[in-house]
Design a protein. Structure first.
Length: 391
C-alpha cells in the first residue's frame, strides 16, 4: 500500500542555506508544510565554494533547525545548483529517420536529442542536460509529439545546460559531509520558476528574476517552456556594499538600514524626520544598483526575445525583491508589468517571503514526478523535466 512521503528541499545560496520539509500524501494531491530551517552560509561566496567543511556545517545547521521544527529526520534532499558559471546554450539537432517506412520511432527521438548535445562547452564545465523546446519534421515545426509521425528528417530545438564541474563536486561533498544523500540536483532558475510562475504566465511569456545575495538568476518562459536560463554575479549584497561605502558605515549596519528603510524610490519617501531624510539618501544609492542588476537581466532576456514577447511581464523573487520599489525599477527597465513572486503550492507554508521561492520550487519539482508513483524508482531531474518539455 502506498504511503505518504517526506520531501526536503535544500536551497544552498551564497547568503543563506534554507531547508524546507513537506509531506506528500499518497491519497491527496498537493504538499503539506512540515518545517523549515535557515542559517547563514559559510564556506561559499559568489566565486564558489572555498571551504567544504564550513559549508557542510551550515547545511547541517539549517537541516537540524528544520528537523526540530517538525520532529522529522532528514536523510535525503533535493538540492539546487546555481552559480555564475552555469550556462544555457541554444542548440539544434538533426537526424535522418531510420525506418524504411519513414515512421518516427523512440530511437529517432533519442538520437535527435543526443545530436543537440554536440556543442562546445566552456572550459571545466560539464554537460548537465537538455530541455527540448520544439520538434521539426521535414521542415514543419511546432510539433510536440513526433512519435509515429512520418518523414525523412527529424530536428529538435533545445537548450543545453552545463555546470562548472569543480563547484558541483564540492557541493556534493558538502552535502555528504552534512550527513545527507542527494536525491536530485535541480538548476536554481527552474526551481524558482516552478514555485513563483503560474502556468498561464509561462504560456503567455514571462521572465522570472531571482535577486539573491550575490547572484541573480533569470528564467525566460515562452509557450509554457523555458526559452533561456542565466545566472550572473550581481545581487542584493552589492546594494549593501554601496550603502556601506556611501554612508561610511559597517556592513552590518548597512544591511540593517537596507532592510528597514531601504527603497529604490526617493520620490515616494515623504516626511521631514531624520529617518525620512536618511531613507531619501539611501534611495539615491540603492536605485542605481538595482537598475544595473535589472538592466543586466534585461540584456540576458533580449538575447532570446523582445519585450513584446513577454506580455505576462516580470516576476521578481529572492531577497532583493523585498527592497521597496524593486518592482517599480523592473517596470522602468523592462517597460512591462512587474510583480513580486511568493512561494506557492505548499499548503500551510504561510510565509510570503520571496527568498523561499527556490526551496518551495525544489519540493514541488520533486512532487511532480512522485504524484501517483510513490514507491517507484525515480530518474534524474532532467528525465522528469524532459517528460514535461518533451511530451
Amino acid at each position: 500500500m502506498a504511503r505518504s512521503r517526506i520531501i526536503t528541499g535544500l536551497d544552498v545560496g551564497v547568503g543563506s542555506v534554507k531547508a524546507l520539509i513537506v509531506r506528500q500524501s499518497a491519497q491527496e494531491e498537493g504538499l503539506e508544510f512540515l518545517g523549515l530551517g535557515e542559517c547563514q552560509t559559510e564556506g561559499m561566496n559568489k566565486k564558489g565554494i572555498h571551504d567544504v567543511n564550513r559549508l557542510a556545517r551550515s547545511i547541517r545547521l539549517a537541516l537540524d533547525q528544520a528537523e526540530k521544527s517538525c520532529s522529522e529526520k532528514v536523510d535525503q534532499v533535493y538540492l539546487n545548483i546555481g552559480e555564475s558559471r552555469f550556462v544555457s546554450l541554444p542548440s539544434h539537432g538533426l537526424v535522418s529517420v531510420s525506418r524504411a517506412d519513414g515512421r518516427i520511432s523512440q530511437e529517432d527521438v533519442n538520437r535527435v536529442i543526443e545530436a543537440t548535445q554536440s556543442i562546445n562547452l566552456p572550459p571545466n564545465n560539464e554537460f548537465w542536460g537538455v530541455l527540448v523546446r520544439d520538434f521539426i519534421v521535414d521542415g514543419q515545426g511546432g510539433i510536440e509529439r513526433p512519435l509515429e509521425m512520418t518523414g525523412t528528417r527529424l530536428e529538435a530545438e533545445a537548450l543545453v545546460l552545463s555546470v562548472f564541474s569543480p563547484h558541483l563536486k564540492k557541493l556534493k561533498e558538502a552535502v555528504a559531509e552534512a550527513g545527507c544523500q542527494i536525491e536530485d540536483i535541480i538548476a536554481t532558475p527552474l526551481a524558482c520558476a516552478r514555485s513563483a510562475l503560474t502556468d498561464q504566465q509561462k504560456e503567455r511569456g514571462s521572465v522570472l528574476i531571482d535577486i539573491g545575495h550575490s547572484l541573480t538568476k533569470v528564467a525566460v518562459y515562452q509557450e509554457g517552456k523555458p526559452a533561456h536560463l542565466a545566472i550572473f554575479s550581481l545581487g542584493s549584497s552589492h546594494v549593501t556594499d554601496d550603502i556601506a561605502v556611501g554612508a561610511e558605515i559597517e556592513i552590518s549596519e548597512a544591511e540593517r538600514l537596507k532592510k528597514e528603510i531601504g527603497s529604490c524610490l526617493e520620490s515616494k519617501i515623504s516626511g521631514r524626520t531624520e529617518e525620512s531624510r536618511q531613507a531619501r539618501k539611501l534611495a539615491k544609492v540603492i536605485r542605481p544598483r538595482m537598475e544595473e542588476i535589472l538592466e543586466v537581466a534585461y540584456q540576458a532576456v533580449t538575447t532570446v526575445c523582445q519585450r513584446q514577447d513577454l506580455p505576462a511581464g516580470v516576476v521578481l523573487t529572492g531577497g532583493g525583491a523585498k527592497i521597496k520599489g524593486a518592482t517599480d525599477c523592473a517596470r522602468k527597465v523592462f517597460k512591462l508589468i512587474a510583480k513580486r513572486g511568493v512561494p506557492r503550492g505548499v499548503a500551510g507554508l504561510e510565509t510570503e517571503d520571496p527568498a523561499w521561492v527556490t526551496a518551495a520550487g525544489l519540493v514541488l519539482l520533486a512532487a511532480d514526478e512522485e504524484a501517483g508513483t510513490l514507491g517507484m524508482k525515480r530518474g534524474s531531474w532532467f528525465r522528469r523535466l524532459m517528460r514535461h518539455f518533451i511530451p
